[in-house]
Design a protein around this ligand. Sequence first.
Ligand SMILES: *Cc1c(COP(=O)(O)O)cnc(C)c1O
Length: 427
Amino acid sequence: MSHYRPETICVQGGYTPGSGEPRQIPIVQSTTFKYATSEEMGKLFDLEASGYFYSRLQNPTCDAVAAKIAALEGGTAAMLTSSGQAANFFALFNIASCGDHIVSSSSIYGGTFNLISVTMAKMGIEATFVPPDCTEAELEQAFRPNTKAVFGETIANPALTVLDIEKFARAAHGHGVPLIVDNTFATPVGCRPFDWGADIVTHSTTKYMDGHGVAVGGAVVDSGKFDWMAHAEKFPGLCTPDESYHGITYAEKFGQAGAFITKCTAQLMRDFGCTQSPQSAFYLNLGLESLHVRMARHCENGQAVAEFLASHPAVEAVHYCGLPGDPYHALAEKYLPRGSCGVVSFELKGGRPAAEAFMGRLRLAAIETHVADARTCCLNPATSTHRQMSDEQLSAAGIPAGLVRMSCGLESAEDLIDDIRQALEAV
Ligand SMILES: *Cc1c(COP(=O)(O)O)cnc(C)c1O
């Protein structure tokens, strides 16, 4: 499937039924799988044969959808997780453990920032955050001998910065570690980070991949390009025998193409159990079938709304990499030639009261913490997610009190703009 274009993979990737089999991916709603002999099942437990025995580890519906996502990203293997948070945790914890260190872009999703800076710190994994726009020299200085991975987001949520993937990949590879990229906002329709040197990709499938606000989920994808054995001393988990699996060495037994995801499934899914349900995977697949059609429209609507806002006198500033004046426009032209996403953020001249008045007058855009689904929604971080912060703290964090984040859905751009125009009149 992976030689087809993204549009074809979106529709038909991951599952090819045989004669007389269901055309749509079947929902295998079963916790367990039957075997004729214990010996047969024992081979699965020893990772000697592939197959299904318990849905916490693997399930045919989830595997088919993961295979579609792997093909879309141009990777060799993928797994679904219960959420985007679980995907990022698994991707990092699969190679970093107590006493290790991570380099991360500072412009990332708040939940991921918390995961890395608070929760993983409690597990003994330290992190150094670097601005996405740092120079190569500044990036170099963030590395330590115990650094095990570099992390960033293609288009950061909510700052909408664009990651210079090649710059981050060069630095990571110079230090013998992989680059992990959260590709949630761009989706593989907009950007394939593996084409630019990333080694592992993660997703919150909750966002555009699902696209309808139906099911929380995540995915981890391996490019199969990182040579773990060439840096065996850094990655003992992949390059030395796993005593919990009869002394298997993942990088030897499953090779570069399979080691990362096999270890992640066999150890982390086995022990943490953050699995996606087959029902959720089925919904996710319905979303993926139209991802290429929807992303084009999300980008079109985002661009139209951003251009309208940029021309309006009540608007102080618009952040959208599709606008020629945006600081990330050049990176967007390189990495996101087909468009970025439907999320636009902007500042109103009247600050917090103006943002509140504006959002209260909107008829189509609902106030939600969610982004990236078919229905337009918006959020004023100062009065919701970040309401504990003072105006001074907000502007220091790069989130002015009057900032509104709008996720443009799939409605008519004219209707969205008419709605925004009438609401701005209240400001
Ligand atoms: C939402 C989001 C996450 C977290 O995903 P959940 O599915 O909500 O757990 C991670 N990264 C990015 C970029 C996101 O937008």
